[in-house]
Design a protein around this ligand. Structure first.
Ligand SMILES: Nc1nc2c(ncn2[C@@H]2O[C@H](COP(=O)(O)OP(=O)(O)OP(=O)(O)O)[C@@H](O)[C@H]2O)c(=O)[nH]1
Ligand SMILES: C[S@@+](CC[C@H](N)C(=O)[O-])C[C@H]1O[C@@H](n2cnc3c(N)ncnc32)[C@H](O)[C@@H]1O
Ligand code: SF4
Ligand code: SF4
Length: 299
């Protein structure tokens, strides 16, 4: 199904918990914090995905908060994987990697295809300052994910004034590990954080000069990808970007069962969990959510 701006709906991003074991100073809290008592069960998540298939969803992203804090995550993945008439061709997870060492193989066995791991610096002190956590655990998690074959693995690197200096180290690390580097533009969530914003145009210019090949991710906001000495680098530039949004094919589902037409808006959500729990037909919720999708841009 297409939305009113002629965009197909292909991907469902599910935030399965608002909780997190890190405290990144810049986090945009995509899980949003409203009602802690309503947490979708693995069966309910499976049901939601089953309904979404009708509207063209063929990719599932599991995120949070920190999704690995839910110990029923393998069950959630199995429920999605085992749906009848399954057209889902990609189930991926975005995690901070702290608990990945323990879970990588279990997730692979449950049917997870691939994983993105957030890593903004390799410097233990700076990592601690940004997130409050231990970077060694993340590196061990990435090694286990490689071993388990959760590929392609992507490293999410948010470029900020305090992390940009580590770009070359991160590029070398990703090349060594055989993983993709995703360079993300920092979205300041409030005025105080604006000083950390760094213009990634400069980085993209340099990378494009060195690049052996350029590609575009159709249906993924037309994101650009480059190949530099065997390392694949992808750019995510969501800030005030009408071009990016005009190619957006995703809707979201919050941990407490609200369909969210756009990442950056909290004023147009559609409750789908209450009707599901009341045994009602939830098709109308998906249609309402898709109809509410707008071309996001900041005034
Ligand atoms: N504005 C905006 N930003 C997004 C959207 N989806 C993801 N992002 C940002 O993109 C970055 C990477 O997100 P990931 O969860 O790793 O997933 P992804 O890159 O979107 O998806 P894949 O590349 O398919 O794994 C994060 O900083 C997200 O906040 C979106 O729909 N809109
Ligand atoms: C909100 S986290 C949820 C999943 C998991 N906890 C993690 O950190 O990967 C998803 C992604 O959003 C990114 N992110 C969070 N706040 C951001 C911001 N203000 N600007 C850009 N990316 C951000 C994180 O770096 C991470 O890669
Ligand atoms: S680990 Fe992810 S959810 Fe947790 S604070 Fe950091 S960016 Fe936010
Ligand atoms: S800001 Fe909204 S419309 Fe734009 S890419 Fe993100 S989710 Fe899609």
């Amino acid at each position: 199904m297409k939305d009113l701006h002629n965009r197909e709906i292909k991907s469902l991003r599910i935030s399965i918990t608002p909780q997190c074991n890190l405290n990144c100073f810049y986090c945009h809290k995509e899980g949003h914090n409203i009602d802690n008592n309503k947490l979708m069960t693995p069966t309910e998540i499976g049901e939601m995905v089953k309904y979404s298939l009708k509207y063209g969803i063929n990719k599932i992203k599991i995120s949070g908060g920190e999704p690995l804090l839910r110990n029923d995550l393998p069950e959630i993945i199995r429920n999605i994987k085992n749906l009848k008439n399954n057209q889902i061709k990609d189930i991926s997870l975005t995690t901070n990697g702290i608990l990945l060492e323990k879970y990588a193989q279990k997730l692979k066995d449950a049917g997870l295809d691939r994983v993105n791991v957030s890593l903004d610096t390799l410097d233990p002190e700076l990592y601690k300052k940004i997130t409050g956590g231990n970077v060694e655990l993340v590196k061990r998690g990435i090694e286990k994910a490689v071993e388990a074959g959760l590929k392609p693995i992507k490293i999410n690197f948010v470029v900020m004034s305090n992390t940009v200096g580590g770009l070359n180290d991160i590029m070398d690390y990703c090349r060594k590990m055989g993983v993709i580097l995703q360079i993300i533009e920092f979205m300041p969530v409030d005025e105080k954080l604006k000083k950390y914003h760094y213009d990634i145009n400069k980085i993209e210019e340099e990378i494009s000069k060195k690049s052996d090949k350029t590609m575009v991710r159709k249906f993924m906001q037309n994101r650009k990808k480059y190949l530099v000495d065997g390392l694949e680098i992808e750019f995510v530039r969501p800030m005030d970007n009408t071009e990016f949004c005009s190619h957006c094919t995703r809707i979201r589902l919050t941990y407490d069962g609200l369909l969210k037409p756009c990442l950056l808006r909290d004023d147009n959500l559609v409750d789908v969990l209450t009707p599901l729990r009341n045994g009602e037909d939830i098709n109308k919720c998906f249609i309402k959510c898709i109809d509410r999708r707008e071309l996001y841009f900041k005034e």
